[in-house]
Design a binder for this molecule. Structure first.
Ligand SMILES: *Cc1c(COP(=O)(O)O)cnc(C)c1O
Length: 243
């Protein structure tokens, strides 16, 4: 099932690229494996996935040693400063940087380890109260400040669009993120690239690809429905049964 789903997502990416006159090689499919057991990740790996996304530090560091070393791990969830030290040097990109203080902590840890960390700036394009991310208005200034940190490399922008049944509703947000990245690129800030646009999830990735996404993050579309994280925890403790 996982292999079929993986192939079907790849096919949809290809079709969206054709529609938009893009090369499918420009689009990285990140397999979002949060809450999924290592066996499921292995199946996705065997289907061809080499990029995996997780949103919790603990789960990420538990899974890394269990899987092949050629996987590129992406931290896509909200990151607390006190957990930065566990993932620097182990993930290939942090998608969720939304404050100078967090960026400073990542840079400090990177310096300690003698590495450079690729990051994306998370932008809350729809202005949803429940979501992390800087506003589009604040983004250029944050990028400029972060560009002064020597052990970080800003590679682009990331957004989590609103949940909707109709992906067309998110098209304006994807356009807005693309435009913002072009505007920031135009400032020619040292140490800053705007090559990565991480946008689009199971419900809306085809529209995101049409609008220029270079990374899409797909979980449900590959693995099927998730157990809510809380419930998964309770199930692990035997409090409730898996459905
Ligand atoms: C869970 C998650 C996804 C994937 O969501 P699906 O709808 O299952 O594809 C993408 N991005 C982030 C940041 C997530 O937390």
């Amino acid at each position: 099932m996982i292999q079929e789903n993986w192939e079907s997502v790849r096919k949809t990416i290809k079709e969206s690229c054709e529609k938009a006159g893009r090369n499918p090689d420009e689009v990285t499919l990140i397999t979002v494996s949060k809450t999924k057991p290592v066996s499921a990740l292995r199946e996705a790996y065997e289907a061809g996935s080499r990029d995996f996304g997780e949103n919790k530090v603990q789960e990420l560091v538990d899974k890394i040693p269990e899987l092949p070393a050629d996987i590129r791990w992406h931290m896509i969830g909200h990151l607390q400063r006190n957990k930065v030290k566990y993932i620097v040097g182990r993930v290939s990109m942090i998608h969720s940087v939304d404050s100078l203080r967090l960026a400073e902590e990542i840079s400090r840890e990177a310096q300690k380890q003698g590495c450079v960390v690729d990051i994306l700036i998370e932008v809350n394009v729809a202005g949803e109260e429940s979501k992390f991310g800087v506003s589009p208005e604040e983004a250029p200034e944050l990028v400029e400040k972060i560009s002064a940190l020597s052990c970080l490399r800003v590679q682009g922008l990331m957004t989590i669009a609103p949940f909707t049944e109709d992906p067309e509703k998110n098209r304006p947000y994807f356009r807005k993120l693309k435009k913002l990245s072009v505007d920031i690129e135009g400032k020619n800030i040292d140490n800053v690239n705007m090559t990565v646009l991480s946008m689009g999830m199971t419900g809306d990735y085809s529209v995101a690809v049409e609008e220029g996404a270079t990374c899409i993050r797909v979980g449900t579309g590959i693995f099927g429905e998730r157990q809510p994280q809380q419930k998964a925890l309770q199930a692990a403790k035997g409090v409730v049964k898996w459905e």
